[in-house]
Write a protein that binds this ligand. Structure first.
Ligand code: PMP
Length: 348
């Protein structure tokens, strides 16, 4: 029999995957630009050689590249099949039945999903638009075995100031798992705090800034070697496929290319934010990520945009968001223009 708790949880909503027709896809916070030429070449070169072979399960080259990229010790790195898998493994490694897990909302739904799979007891704290009331939060995290934070946060786009993250980490006796999936689009990472705080686990991904979402490469940093060795022990031995491991190493070598793309996306984010702010019928929130959150009232924006072949994510109904909201990924300038034109039509 399937465990009742599994029957109760909702499947992760990954949005729509249109086939055939050409849509502008602004629904999954992907990077709209292609990989660097050298990344594609490395994939092409390796594909014949490695498809029938297992990768080295220790992934030494990938870990060395990440260590250099973030200026951390290679022994502080654990890997996963995307951050999603890191979240799953963290829950499996740290949570026993009824352990308290604190999650500020609205945020990414996988934290709760995998905590529930472990029969943990979830302490949701709702803060409008993820503006965490630090005193209230610190009071509420007491006795938490695990706290999930997301900065910049999905779907609100705002970042938690590093000073606040530090205060939270200091006040938690258990672990803080900080999701930095979008951090390269912002101006501040909390990675340096891992030097001081052994109970801080920072999760990162190649899916957003490095635009390798299809290859599934996630990783995390923690100073506590017991945690890193537990996470390395329980992950699937070949959790990142051979091609992904090669592409990840090459992508880090092409950092300048990705920084240029990031700068274009951030500039576009600010432009789209300004343009969206001009519509009286909607409210747009400032963002440090590669997407914007938009509030509307009974406008069914996601549906109307889809009719115009533009996909955005309807996040209406997410715990902690009241009223209709859509999350819009920043695309290439021409895609963003198409979005703005469609909204002009819908809202006029
Ligand atoms: N964390 C957050 C906050 C996300 O929004 C996403 C992607 N939707 C992920 C993690 C998943 O990242 P990955 O592709 O590395 O599994």
């Amino acid at each position: 029999m399937v465990r009742p708790v599994i029957e109760l949880i909702n499947r992760y909503d990954a949005g729509k995957f249109p086939k055939g027709e050409s849509y502008i896809i602004l629904s999954s916070n992907e990077n709209p630009y292609p990989p660097a030429e050298d990344v594609l070449k490395a994939i092409e070169r390796s594909i014949k050689k490695v498809t029938n072979r297992y990768p080295d399960p220790e992934y030494p080259e990938l870990k060395r590249a990440i260590a250099e990229y973030l200026e951390v010790d290679v022994n502080e790195i654990f890997l996963g099949n995307g951050i999603s898998d890191c979240i799953y493994n963290i829950c499996n490694a740290l949570l026993d039945t009824l352990d308290k897990v604190t999650i500020p909302m609205p945020s990414y739904t996988m934290y709760a999903m995998y905590s529930i799979v472990r029969d943990a007891s979830i302490n949701y704290r709702i803060y409008p638009y993820y503006k965490i009331d630090i005193e209230d939060f610190i009071e509420s995290v007491r006795n938490s075995k695990l706290v999930f934070l997301c900065s910049p946060n999905n779907p609100t786009g705002n970042a938690i100031p590093i000073k606040r993250i530090k205060e939270i980490v200091e006040s938690v006796r258990g672990y803080v798992a900080l999701d930095e999936a979008y951090v390269e689009f912002s101006d501040a990472s909390a990675i340096k705090l891992t030097d001081t705080y052994e109970n801080l686990i920072v999760m990162r991904t190649f899916s957003k800034f490095f635009g390798l979402a299809g290859l599934r490469i996630g990783y995390g940093i923690c100073k506590d070697e017991r945690v890193v060795s537990a996470l390395e022990k329980i992950r699937l031995p070949f959790c990142i496929n051979y091609i992904g491991a090669i592409a990840g190493v090459e992508a880090i070598k092409c950092l300048d290319y990705y920084k240029k793309i990031r700068d274009i996306i951030v500039k576009e984010r600010e432009r789209v934010y300004r343009e969206l702010s001009k519509f009286e019928e909607i409210e747009v929130f400032p963002s440090k990520a590669n997407f914007l959150l938009v509030k509307s009232e009974n406008l069914r924006l996601a549906e109307k945009l889809e009719k115009r072949k533009i996909l955005v994510r309807d996040v209406t109904g997410l715990m902690g968001l009241s009223g209709e909201h859509v999350r819009i990924t920043i695309g290439k300038p021409e895609e963003n223009n198409a979005l703005l034109n469609a909204l002009e039509e819908i809202l006029s």
